[in-house]
Design a protein around this ligand. Sequence first.
Ligand code: FAD
Length: 434
Amino acid sequence: MPNINRRQLGLSAGALAVAAFSPARFSIAQGASSVVVIGGGAAGATVAGQIKLAMPAATVTLIEPLTLYTSCFYSNYYIGGQRTIQSLTHTYEGLKALGINVIHEFAASIDTAKRSVKLSSGKDLSYDRLAVAPGIDFKFNTIEGYSRELAEKSVPHAWRGRDQSKLLHNQLQSMPDGGVVVIAPPKPPYRCPPGPYERACFIANLLKVSRPRSKLIILDPKMTYSKQPVFEEAFSTLYKGIVEVHLTNDIDDQAIAKYDAKAGEITTKAGFKVIAAVANIIPDQKAGSIAIDAGLADGDWCPVRPENFTSTKADNVYVLGDSAISNEMPKSAYAASSQARVVAAHIVEDLSGKPHSPGLYRNTCWSFIAPGNSAKIGADYAPGVQAGKPALIPANSFVSKPGESAAVRQEGFDESAAWYDTLTNDMFQKPLVR
Ligand code: FAD
């Protein structure tokens, strides 16, 4: 493992919260407290594991339909041909071995008044505390000619789920030289703000090596984007002549207006048209539908108290990970894991009758620029007040700059790989093997 400091090491996800939360301190018999977690992703798997470690006597139930979790984070490595899908796939065996009751079903509905969750099989589960972490859902109805069915069949967003990543990966592998790849990022807020531009680097790297006559066009509904100077440097040097970026400006809106599936033609609101050999349209997003259906959302996302991610809509309920409104804290696996530690500490303190420690959070997002070259952005976050409202306030923020040395970027690349292993090990309670 490379020599990386605490800020850089993925293990420090939520380290500030961990400092105040020692599992050993709370490893006391807790009677029959029942905690139910919906969603076994970066947020849900972590919160379930941390609670069970801290309160072995509690009944912790994790509801997750999939028996294998294929991470979205790092899926660009697979899509870009730099990793296998197996290396992104994890089982729930470690969590089961810890004594967590993992139920592979959908949570169909939540009754917050009765404190119970209905499973897709019809069974009801009651809870003392409920953590809701279903990730994201998509708004498929904003583009003429585009639909959920089309996304599943032939126009992958590859922004959630194993099958979607495989579809995009396979389309890129079989694309003819000379074809155009289009990436259409969503409007914010969305999962992984630098993700579309990292994906552009992976695909450009692939085209450069194996499809030299091909091009990649980004059609963006935004005027600016995450880590922009670093990505712009890569697009104008490493991927010169391959990547073309169409940002929205005061006159032209480059959001996709129409997709003609027969011709493969994309038209933006500004009237720009292109025939895509591979169309990667990433739709606008919202909280996982179970959270919205349960009345935990204001509009598309779920409001929470910044100090502990308790829902402002229902008692004894927490919403965490991508579904929650966490202000400036981005929707990332690092952030979800950090939030999970704060939520676990709060639930354990609550059920143990202990005083609460303040929730402090951290995020770092690394992005692949080229093999052995990754850039990063991050910050710490603490509860505070912004424009008269409770908010998470960033501090100690940092971001990579253009012109950094190869050694600095290599360090970022190595940190990122170490972070992936550490985070997934922590999520699924498995030994770290490197
Ligand atoms: P998820 O991890 O998606 O987990 C949600 C789980 O809930 C799923 O397993 C789902 O099956 C389950 N679920 C949904 N509905 C129900 C229901 N009704 N009942 C039961 N279960 C349900 N983040 C980073 O930190 N670093 C990165 O480098 C990074 N790269 C990314 C690259 C790409 C291309 C993408 C798309 C994302 C990337 N991310 C990255 C973001 C990261 O994947 C997400 O932010 C993170 O997975 C959010 O965690 P979550 O637990 O909220 O959601």
